[in-house]
Each structure stands twice: as C-alpha cells, then as structure tokens.
Write a protein that binds this ligand. Structure first.
Ligand code: HEC
Ligand code: HEC
Length: 337
C-alpha cells in the first residue's frame, strides 16, 4: 500500500489527477494519508472500519467547508471552527442557521483524534457520530439528511472522491466517515513549548520558563492539563458555573447528579487563539481564566478538590499567562493537500 505524508503536496495532486479517470470503482489500494505526529506522541488511534486514506481526508476537508451542509446553505463546519483560530470560534456562543445561538462555546478541533469521547459533556462516542450533532441540531446546521445527500451526490468532486474513498456513491455513511477522517488529521504539537521539550533551550524566554514552573508546580495545572495534549480528556467541575446553572454538563449524559457541572478538560494547545474560554465562553481572556483558578472558582458541591485558592503572586500569574501564550502551533493544523 502506498504511503502518503501530510507535507507532500505535489504527490497529493498527482494522485488526485491520476484517479479521476477510473473513479467508478472502489480502490482498496487507495493511498493512505499519514499525519505528521510529533516526536514522543502516541500514534493517533485509527478505526479499522474507516482507514485514513488520502481520498477520504480530501473529501472530508471539502465537506467541512461546504455551506451546502446547512439549512439555508449559509453555514459550514468551518463557520464555527475557524482554521485561523485553531478550529475554534471567536465568540462565546456561535450563531448557527438563522442566527440561532447554541448552548456552548465551540472548542478547538486540534488533536480531537485522541479524545476518547467528544463534546464538552462526552456525549458523542466517536468522531463519526459527532458529525451528526451539528448537522441536524436546529441551532447549528439544521440540515435535512436526505436534502444534503440529494444536493451533493451529483457534485463531480464529491462523487469521485466518495467512490475512491469508500467505493460507493455519496451518502450519510460517506459524509460522517470522511469528515471524521479529516478531523483526525488536525494534529498539533509544533509550538515553542514542544521545541523546549526537545531540548532547544532558547525556545522559551525567561518569563515563559518561570510560567512553566508555575504551571506544573504551585498552579497544579498539570493534574488535569498534563500529557502531550495538555489534557487528561476527563471531566471535572472547576467551579466555572453555579450549582443551579442550566447546563448540566456531563450529567446530561450519565444522569448522575454527581456529574452536574462537569466538563471535559480542554487542551491548552493554541489556547491564545481559542478565546473566549470555558464551556460557555464566560471568561474573555487568559488573565481572567488564571484569576478564576487562582481564586478557587465558584462554590459547587461537585467541585474538584484540586480547584482551591492558589495564592499566586501577580508576577506568577503573568508568567503563567506568558507560558500559555507559548503553546501556539507554528505549523498549520491542516496539512491535507
Ligand atoms: C453553529 C456553530 C457550529 C457548527 C456549524 C459546527 N460546530 Fe462543532 N461545535 C460547536 C460547539 C458549540 C461545540 C461544543 C458542543 C458541546 O460540547 O456540546 C462543538 C463541538 C464539536 C466537536 C467536539 C470537540 C471536542 O473537543 O469534543 C467536534 C469534533 C465538532 N464540533 C465538529 C464539527 C463538525 C464536523 C461540524 C460540521 C459538520 C461542526 N462541528 C459544525 C459549534 C459548531
Ligand atoms: C481539576 C482539573 C483542572 C485543574 C487543576 C485545572 N484545570 Fe483548567 N480546565 C479544566 C476544565 C474541566 C476546564 C473546562 C471548564 C469548562 O468548560 O467550563 C478547564 C479550562 C481551562 C482553560 C480554558 C480553555 C478553553 O479553551 O476554554 C484554561 C486556559 C485553563 N483551564 C488553564 C488552567 C490553568 C492555567 C490551570 C492551573 C492554574 C488549570 N487550568 C487547572 C480542568 C482543570
């Protein structure tokens, strides 16, 4: 089987051209897309029933930015997951079709391939299933499944890539799998912090290095924001909303009151680009988030025992903010040709 590197654009174009001639049959020998994975990171989990082929990720990318996936045809996935903001949105609550607001802040899609559960409450078990949430949500894309399929099935690019990637005409099966595969390619890990970890002593400045010490020391941040993705991908209540808040968080899925107000730990990669913050976008700046954790957050019976007043000095808080701003990826997350 041919192997394909994310960075090799020329090869991708050649393959695309070569395959358009005989696009009427499934191609099990279809080239794989091999994401660039940073040194020391685990390989992203793969799904046996949805191999990461070049054709599938190219189709997924085209669909991700296609406004025909929404009622009124004005909204794509990329309307709320902006590539320039690490695939997050710049507003607290994104506007979907007809300007309707959702319940939550749109998170970054960087490294979602590694998340065991999707959405802030973990309600979607796979990326494939998650695609259906925004697609049919009345406040997001509100698309009719059959209309979307009818509209896109005869598009020459969509139908050719669909046959190449999955050996079948375009349908919801192809839509969910190809978009999920495109999302699996969005892998970061190219920040100055990563260069620091690899031994480049000049990658972080003095303030950022002090901030890193606060992050993993007095700030206790790595207890939840640890590991290569700076997230345990677990669910915690960090006192970011009151006990009577409308958004139950993880409790919506488990129906366990002990999960009320628990949300998935977000990655802190590219965090300077993903404002506003928290599940509801209630905190506008990194300084406000740091104040939140330094204060110990609002009282809540489910609040994690690690979220307590930290008594960081203002200098330590500034250093911590400087460190968080060093986490932007220097290479684009999207390397699909
Ligand atoms: C109207 C804005 C909007 C649109 C359009 C939208 N999303 Fe989202 N997306 C969100 C919000 C808000 C969340 C958080 C939902 C939650 O946690 O319940 C989210 C969450 C996600 C997640 C989960 C990320 C995580 O960290 O768990 C994925 C994956 C995702 N969206 C992919 C997509 C795809 C694919 C599309 C297009 C089919 C799409 N989104 C369209 C706003 C949007
Ligand atoms: C008990 C686990 C835990 C600890 C400890 C913790 N966090 Fe978090 N952090 C979370 C969770 C969970 C969220 C999401 C809360 C929400 O969605 O309302 C979050 C959100 C954030 C956000 C917002 C990210 C975004 O994209 O919205 C930042 C920034 C952040 N934390 C930084 C820190 C820093 C800095 C520290 C240390 C001072 C810290 N966290 C300590 C679990 C934790």
């Amino acid at each position: 089987m041919k192997r394909f590197r994310g960075a090799s654009i020329v090869l991708g174009l050649l393959l695309l051209g070569a395959c358009s001639k005989d696009a009427d049959m499934a191609r099990p020998e279809e080239a794989l897309f091999v994401p660039v994975v940073p040194a020391g990171w685990p390989a992203p989990p793969q799904r046996a029933d949805n191999p990461l082929t070049l054709a599938s990720v190219q189709l997924g990318k085209a669909l991700f930015f296609d406004q025909r996936l929404s009622l009124g045809r004005g909204i794509s996935c990329g309307s709320c997951h902006l590539p320039g903001q690490a695939f997050s949105d710049t507003v607290a609550l994104s506007a979907g079709v007809q300007g309707r607001l959702g319940l939550r802040n749109a998170p970054t899609l960087a490294n979602v391939a590694y998340h065991p559960l999707l959405n802030r409450d973990g309600g979607a078990p796979t990326l494939e299933q998650q695609v259906l949430n925004p697609l049919f949500d009345e406040a997001e894309m509100n698309a009719g499944p059959q209309q979307v399929v009818d509209l896109l099935r005869d598009d020459p690019t969509v139908s050719a890539l669909s046959l190449r990637a999955y050996g079948r005409p375009f349908d919801l099966y192809v839509l969910t799998r190809s978009i999920a595969n495109y999302e699996r390619t969005l892998i970061g890990g190219t920040s100055r912090y990563d260069r620091h970890l690899l031994g480049d002593t000049n990658a972080l400045n003095a303030a950022e290095k002090r901030g890193l010490q606060v992050f993993s020391g007095a700030g206790n941040c790595t207890s939840c924001h640890g590991g290569f993705d700076l997230s345990d991908h677990g669910f915690h209540n960090v006192g970011a909303s009151a006990p009577q808040a409308e958004d139950n968080g993880r409790e919506r899925i488990t129906l366990d009151p002990a999960d009320h107000g628990k949300f998935k730990t977000p990655t802190l990669r590219n965090v300077a680009l993903t404002a506003p913050y928290m599940h509801n976008g209630s905190l506008a700046t990194l300084e406000e988030v740091i104040q939140h954790f330094n204060s110990g957050g609002a009282d809540h019976p489910n609040k994690d025992p690690l979220v307590i007043p930290l008594n960081l000095t203002s200098g330590e808080q500034q250093d911590l903010a400087a460190f968080l701003r060093s986490l932007n990826d220097e290479s684009p997350l999207d390397r699909v040709p």
